[in-house]
Ligand binder design. Structure first.
Ligand code: SAM
Length: 433
C-alpha cells in the first residue's frame, strides 16, 4: 500500500507543478515515475471515479480518505493492470470486498457515456498535457494526399487549432507546410502504422519552425544540424535539402537514437540525405564543410517551455541559466564561424530571455561575429505572419531607436506554452550576404 499512501498527499494538493513536486520530493520511497503516473491518471479520471464512489456508496463502508479511495478505485477500474499494487493489507482486503459492486458501477458508467473501454472516456486536461497533438507528414516518404487516402483518415477540417475540441477533427497549420493538429485523444500516436513507417513525425509546431525558417524562399543543398538528437529538426530539414543534412550529436546513446530515427525518416533509398556524426560540434572544423550554407543550432536548454517544467523552480535557477547561456553562446559562435554559411537558425524550447534574446544580443555585440558580417534577419524571412515575436524590452538594451528594436525583435519568434497550442519555443535567424 506504500505507493498509495505516498501518492495520497499529491492528490490532496494537486495545485502547482505536479511533476516537479513529485520528482523533487526526496522523502519518497516508491519510484517517483510510478507515483506520478498514478496521480496523473487518477486526476484525469477523477470525475468518473467520484461518480462510481458516490453510486456504489463504498465511502460509507470503508473509512479511509477520499483521496486514498480514489487511488484504489483508479487502479482497480481505470488502470490497464486492473489490480491493487500491494501485498496483504487490511485496507486492501476491505476495499476488495466491494469489487463486484464497483465493477457493476463501471459497466453502468460505460453505458451512460456510450464507450466500450475507459480510455474512450473524455478526460480532464491536465497541466502537463499538450492541448493539440501536432504531426508532420514526412514528405520524403509520402505526400499528404496519398497519406490521407492510404490511412483512410476521415477527419473534419477546422479553421483554428483552438477548435480542436474533440477527436474526429483536424487543423492544417497555416504557417508550416504539411503540419497538422488533432485532438490529443485522436488515434494518431507513436503506436500507429504511419508513425512506425516513418510517414509521420509527431512534432510540436514550435519545433518545426527552425528547419522551415532556414529553408524559407531559398532551400539549401547542404545543412548542418549542430545538436541533432533525437532528430526531429534533422528529419524536417531533410525534406528541404537535395544533398545532405549532417546531423551532429555529442552523446553516443543519443546519436544511436538519432541514427535509427533518421533511417526511418529517409528509408533505404534516400538514406544518404542524413549523415549522422557522433561528435562534439565545437570540434568540427569549418574548413571541412565549406559548402554548407545553412545551420540549425538547437542546443540543450532549461526546457522551461515544456509543460510540467514551465514553473519548475530549477529551470529558473539563475546560476544554471547563466551556465546554459554561455554554452549556447559558444555553440552558436562556432556555427557562425562556418565560412560558407549564409543563414543560421538558433532555437530553444525555453521561455527565459537569458537563453533566448540575451544570447542573441551577446552574439550581435560580439566583435568577431560583427566582423563576420552576421545580422538578424528581417521579419519577412522569419515566419512573417506569426504574431508573437522576440521580446522588444530585451532589445532596448542595445538600441534606443524604436524602429531598430522592433526590427531586431522581428528577427525572432516565440511561442507561449499552451496558449499557442504547444510547447514554449524560441527561434532567431542570423543571416549575412
Ligand atoms: N534538435 C533536436 C530535435 O529537434 O530533435 C533536439 C536537440 S536537444 C535540445 C540538444 C541536443 O544537443 C542533445 O541531444 C545534446 O546531447 C546535444 N549536444 C549538446 N552539446 C553538444 C555539442 N557540443 N555537440 C553536439 N551535440 C551536443
Amino acid at each position: 500500500m506504500k505507493i498509495y499512501f505516498e501518492a495520497e498527499k499529491f492528490l490532496k494538493h494537486p495545485e502547482g507543478n505536479l511533476q516537479s513536486k513529485i520528482f523533487n520530493d526526496k522523502s519518497l520511497k516508491s519510484n517517483p515515475k510510478h507515483i506520478y503516473a498514478l496521480v496523473y491518471s487518477t486526476l484525469q479520471y477523477k470525475e468518473y471515479i467520484n461518480q462510481i464512489i458516490t453510486k456504489s456508496k463504498i465511502n460509507r463502508q470503508i473509512k479511509i480518505s477520499d483521496e486514498l479511495l480514489a487511488l484504489l478505485v483508479h487502479d482497480l477500474l481505470f488502470s490497464s493492470r486492473g489490480r491493487i499494487e500491494s501485498g496483504k493489507h487490511h485496507i486492501k482486503d476491505s476495499f476488495l470486498k466491494n469489487k463486484t459492486r464497483l465493477q457493476a458501477e463501471l459497466i453502468k458508467l460505460k453505458l451512460k457515456y456510450k464507450v466500450k473501454s475507459v480510455d474512450q472516456l473524455p478526460t480532464i486536461q491536465q497541466e502537463d498535457e499538450t492541448p493539440v497533438r501536432w504531426f508532420r507528414i514526412n514528405t520524403i516518404k509520402i505526400d499528404p494526399e496519398r497519406f490521407f487516402k492510404k490511412h483512410k483518415l476521415n477527419l473534419q477540417p477546422v479553421n483554428r487549432f483552438q477548435d480542436l475540441t474533440k477527436p474526429g477533427l483536424i487543423y492544417q497549420d497555416e504557417h508550416i507546410p504539411n503540419l497538422y493538429g488533432v485532438h490529443p485523444k485522436e488515434k494518431i500516436t507513436t503506436s500507429t502504422e504511419a508513425y512506425k513507417l516513418g510517414e509521420i513525425i509527431i512534432q510540436d509546431r514550435g519545433s518545426c519552425f527552425p528547419a522551415f525558417i532556414l529553408n524559407y524562399k531559398e532551400p539549401h543543398s547542404k545543412i548542418i544540424d549542430a545538436c541533432a538528437a533525437p532528430g526531429n529538426k534533422t528529419s524536417h530539414a531533410a525534406t528541404f535539402v537535395d544533398e545532405v543534412v549532417y546531423a551532429v550529436e555529442r552523446d553516443s546513446k543519443r546519436a544511436a537514437i538519432l541514427k535509427t530515427m533518421s533511417e526511418k525518416a529517409t528509408g533505404k533509398s534516400r538514406k544518404k540525405l542524413i549523415q549522422v556524426l557522433n561528435q562534439d560540434f565545437t570540434t568540427i572544423k569549418p574548413e571541412d564543410y565549406e559548402d554548407v550554407t545553412g545551420l540549425i543550432v538547437d542546443p540543450s536548454c532549461s526546457g522551461s517551455g515544456i509543460f510540467g517544467r514551465a514553473m519548475d523552480e530549477e529551470t529558473k535557477n539563475s546560476d544554471r541559466l547563466e551556465k546554459l547561456a554561455s554554452f549556447q553562446f559558444s555553440i552558436m559562435k562556432h556555427a557562425l564561424s562556418f565560412n560558407g554559411a549564409r543563414k543560421v537558425v538558433y532555437s530553444t524550447c525555453s521561455i527565459h530571455a537569458e537563453e533566448n534574446e540575451r544570447v542573441v544580443i551577446d552574439l550581435l555585440s560580439d566583435e568577431e561575429v560583427k566582423k563576420q558580417g552576421w545580422t538578424l534577419a528581417n521579419r519577412d524571412l522569419v515566419l512573417p505572419n506569426w504574431e508573437r515575436r522576440g521580446l522588444e524590452v530585451e532589445f532596448e538594451k542595445i538600441s534606443r531607436d524604436p524602429n531598430v528594436i522592433k526590427e531586431l525583435a522581428g528577427g525572432c519568434v516565440r511561442t507561449l506554452p499552451k496558449e499557442d497550442g504547444g510547447i514554449g519555443f524560441f527561434a532567431a535567424c542570423f543571416v549575412r550576404e
